[in-house]
Design a protein around this ligand. Structure first.
Ligand code: RUB
Length: 279
């Protein structure tokens, strides 16, 4: 299985991991190329970069990191393939480092929003959120199962193996448990002008948290900042495999959480209000 396919079918999921896997694979592709000239090398690499970006075209961290490495290699003064390969390795390594450093900082900063003995609710599977929760060690975490692909099970497994009391709930049960929760923390795929984009259901959870006056934090690197991006619509078979033909099924993967429902965004540059984000 290729990394492109692994990203497409969610074997690799979560914006940060997707971006990391993509730049590592871009370097691996460059390394394998047998191109004779610089133009050929760039062109073939570009083709692979397009495939990687196309695997989840609505993931800004993936787009930003792959574009950044590609733009540097395009500007290279080297013409020898061996040198280009070495440079590509360096640029891809820089991107991986950027992703990892941001995640570490988000974890450090994120811990400060989780008071001692708190009960936290999260949705889907965000590596940033899991890192924060494992370090903050709240008394209990509610994890939504996250239909249709059940990424919440991954969150529940990781949180409970860290020794934190974990309760997996149906997505539909959020309204019922919200009164037991001190705060909500979710990840993000994109930080846009209109709001933060995260796994479908995030908007509904944010509205419920707002109604119950519970703070909602979003943990996300500024590598995910983008003006505007489409919402990914995935294959309907993820919702219902052999559905009758006359039923229309729309499998929106994400939704937009408006800023009025977000307390703060935990970025690698600190806790930010939407107005402090540069677009
Ligand atoms: C995952 C999801 C995560 C964000 C942030 O969706 O919505 O909250 O990607 O992840 P999917 P991270 O499973 O469809 O990729 O904090 O790991 O960057």
């Amino acid at each position: 299985m290729s990394v492109v396919n692994d990203i497409k079918n969610l074997k690799i999921q979560g914006a940060s991991e997707i971006a990391k896997a993509a730049v590592i694979d871009l370097n691996a592709c460059g390394n394998r190329l047998k191109s004779k000239t610089k133009d050929e090398f760039i062109e073939e690499l570009e083709m692979h970069a397009m495939k990687l970006k196309g695997a989840r075209p609505t993931e800004p961290a993936l787009l930003n990191c792959v574009n950044s490495a590609m733009s540097k290699i395009r500007k290279s003064k080297s013409s020898e393939i061996i040198k280009l390969k070495k440079e590509l390795f360096m640029y891809c390594k820089e991107e991986v480092l950027r992703i990892k450093t941001n995640m570490r900082k988000i974890e450090e900063i994120g811990v400060s929003v989780i008071p001692e003995n708190s009960i936290v609710l999260t949705h889907c599977h965000s590596h940033n959120v899991v890192n924060i929760l494992k370090t903050a060690d709240p008394v209990k975490v509610f994890a939504t199962e996250t239909r249709p692909r059940f990424q919440g099970r991954m969150t529940a497994k990781e949180i409970s193996s860290a020794g934190i009391e974990t309760e997996l709930i149906l997505d539909d049960a959020v309204a019922d448990v919200m009164k037991q929760v001190d705060l909500v923390i979710i990840g993000a795929d994109a930080i846009t002008k209109d709001g933060v984009i995260n796994k479908v259901g995030s908007k509904m959870i944010a509205e419920i948290a707002f109604d119950y006056k519970r703070p909602l934090y979003v943990a996300a690197s500024t590598l995910k900042v983008i003006d505007k991006i489409d919402i990914e619509v995935r294959d309907s078979s993820e919702i219902w495999k052999d559905a009758p033909k006359n039923i229309k099924i729309k499998n929106y993967a994400f939704d937009v959480v408006p800023y009025k429902h977000i307390t703060k965004i935990i970025t690698e540059k600190g806790l930010k209000t939407p107005k402090q984000i540069k677009f």
